[in-house]
Design a protein around this ligand. Structure first.
Ligand code: S3P
Length: 447
């Protein structure tokens, strides 16, 4: 079937060094910060995926020019108040929650109403989580059924700073309010449950008026209006969330070793590494350095002899939030029952991922017990699938596609996985890397 792939063979052992594409969170943030910077910003290794291209299209609608070449991307920022708002403007965030939610923070003083739309998956996701805090600044919103896209934002010329308590551990909510604070005279105060902190680190690097007080569970962030923003030249490191698929492929293979080069290993993103280590898998960081506030390094992983089950501490949830589907595959092969709790947020992603985890695992013959916010996975160290498995109608969630490919390569069976194009949102060269790992086995090439 067009746009689906068939996988009938497990991958052979490998011993390789690979690179994955640029970090999605940083790529989208680079586009947004550069769009409000005073002057020309350049990025190398920007992720060229649909989510990031949607961000470039969005700023273009706001009058900000960009040029993409093979080697770099250039954005011609016009300063914090440089957007040129046209009447009847529609911005399409396509599949990207990060773009849709963060850009709203930059639009709270828009001079004309702006309509924000997204694809079918994004239109099922909650936007009241950002419209509620942003309306406290003075902007007004009209959402579909009070929660969803399409929405209208009506900016205000009389913004007031806010106090906001972010309780979900959502970096998108926190970042959206930070952007609101950048636009607003006075001090915006945010108390935020720990989540990825790229926005704060970029504010710091850009010398914006931000202070961050790190506490054990929450961070306290104070942000004031940014009058000038210097251009942001950035060499985007590789994405740990994209790396995760190959880390797990190695963890589930026999006698294999893998090095993934130059990955963003910011501790607010590396929950998967902590979880894999707890499951008895050897993972190391090498060549560590700090780049513009972000920790970067190579990740080295070796396939284990046995995988231990885990009672996953929920302190890792936020730093592994995009990796749980793939982590659940490791639990499927573990020796014993693994349990993951407090994960209601997983059902708020591109698809309801906790529910999909149960669907995929049960197709694989793995017993699970699911609640609205938790899953127990009954691991089977000898799992060897023989039957046909079809994965389809999953709202084109890129991570469901890639997780299914890794399951097929690791556990066998005859898999038909639909909507291959889904990878274009976050990791367009995913299948190319899979093929490169299988290079000695030309019969098993997937397109
Ligand atoms: C992201 C934050 C997370 C994550 C998403 C990217 C970001 O979402 O799932 O893929 O770049 O800020 P939440 O903030 O909704 O947890």
């Amino acid at each position: 079937m067009a746009n689906s792939i068939t996988i009938k063979n497990k991958i052979n052992r490998f011993n390789r060094s690979i690179s994955v594409s640029g970090d999605k969170s940083l790529s989208i943030r680079w586009v947004l910060f550069s769009s409000i910077a005073d002057g020309i910003s350049e990025a190398k290794n920007l992720l060229m995926s649909q989510d990031v291209l949607a961000a470039l299209k969005a700023i273009k609608r706001l009058g900000i020019k960009s040029i993409v070449t093979q080697k770099k991307c250039i954005i011609y920022g016009k300063g914090p108040e440089g957007y040129n708002y046209k009447k009847n403007l529609t911005i399409n965030a396509e599949n990207s929650g990060t773009l849709g939610r963060l850009i709203l923070g930059l639009l709270i003083n828009a001079t004309y109403p702006i309509r924000l739309i997204g694809d079918r998956s994004l239109s099922k996701r909650d936007f009241s989580r950002v419209s509620e805090p942003l309306s406290k600044f003075g902007a007004k919103f009209e959402l579909t059924k009070k929660k969803y896209l399409p929405l209208f934002i009506y900016g205000s010329s009389n913004l007031k700073p806010i106090k906001y308590f972010e309780k979900k551990g959502s970096a998108q909510c926190k970042s959206s309010v930070i952007f609101g604070g950048i636009k607003t005279e006075g001090t915006t105060i945010i108390k935020a449950k720990k989540s990825r902190n790229h926005t704060e680190l970029l504010c710091k690097y850009l010398n914006l008026p931000i202070t961050i007080n790190r506490k054990k569970i929450h961070d306290e962030i104070k942000i004031k209006k940014a009058k000038v923003i210097k251009p942001l030249n950035y060499n985007i490191p590789s994405d740990v969330s994209s790396s995760a698929f190959f880390l797990v492929l190695t963890a589930l293979s026999k006698n294999s070793d893998l090095i993934i080069k130059n990955v963003n290993i910011n501790p607010s993103r590396t929950g998967i590494i902590n979880i894999l280590k707890k499951m008895g898998i050897e993972v190391l960081f090498r060549n560590q350095k700090v780049y513009k506030g972000e920790k970067i390094g190579d990740i080295k992983i070796r396939s284990p002899k046995v995988i231990k089950s885990i009672n996953c501490p929920s302190k890792y949830n936020s730093s592994a939030i995009d990796e749980f589907l793939i982590i659940f595959l490791v639990a499927a092969k573990a020796n014993g029952i693994s349990s993951f709790t407090n994960l209601a947020e997983l059902n708020q992603k591109e698809s309801p991922r906790l529910k999909w985890a149960k669907i995929i695992l049960s197709k694989m013959g793995i017993k699970t017990i699911l609640t609205r916010d938790s899953i127990k996975i009954y691991g089977n160290p000898n799992l060897n699938i023989k039957k046909k498995i079809i994965i389809k109608n999953y709202l084109k969630d890129h991570r469901i596609f890639m997780t299914s490919v890794i399951a097929a390569l690791s556990f066998g069976g005859h898999w038909e996985i639909h909507d291959k194009d889904s990878i274009k949102t976050s990791f367009p060269n995913f299948l190319k890397i899979v093929n490169d790992l299988k290079i000695n086995d030309k019969k098993k090439k997937y397109n």
